[in-house]
Design a protein around this ligand. Structure first.
Ligand SMILES: [Zn+2]
Length: 157
């Protein structure tokens, strides 16, 4: 599916942030996508949407073109899915159009990744991205500390 999307956009994996992937699950298929497309969390060009769907969208900044591939579960022959070895063999042999639907799509250009400044959490002192902090009684704290504080306040009641 990653290769099909990449080919539809003219090949070439992502050197930097040229290519962006939006993935709708966090299962093992995303490892293959990261390897093949070069879109990774570290580069900031992998966007995760927790929809639990086998859908992958690739976007190329230079051409402003996007392509969306979705696993076509309905075309898997009866009985194939239940047998893992059989399913893998079927996946490797089936023509592309039986495995997935592929659509060219219009989409808004994803925002470029940006580095965010870190600050020290007022409670645990660990560095935390400023954009992920919470304010508690005037103090800037990390999310786990905010949750711990919240629980201990509830326990005291
Ligand atoms: Zn903390």
């Amino acid at each position: 599916m990653a290769l099909a999307a990449l080919n539809a956009l003219g090949g070439l994996r992502a050197g930097d942030e040229e290519l962006v992937a939006i993935v709708e699950n966090d299962a093992c298929g995303v490892d293959a996508l990261q390897c093949l497309t070069g879109c990774t969390f570290g580069k900031g060009n992998l966007i995760f949407k927790n929809y639990g769907k086998q859908v992958y969208t690739l976007y190329r900044r230079s051409s402003k073109k996007g392509v969306r591939v979705a696993f076509a579960a309905r075309t898997v022959p009866q009985g194939v899915r239940q047998d893992r070895a059989h399913f893998i063999a079927w996946l490797l042999e089936a023509p592309q159009q039986e495995i997935m639907t592929l659509q060219n799509i219009e989409m808004a250009e994803p925002e470029p990744a940006r580095a965010t400044a870190s600050v020290a959490c007022a409670l645990c002192q660990e560095a935390v991205m400023k954009t992920r902090t919470k304010k508690m009684q005037g103090k800037t704290v990390c999310i786990p500390c905010a949750q711990k504080q919240h629980k201990s306040v509830r326990r005291k009641r």
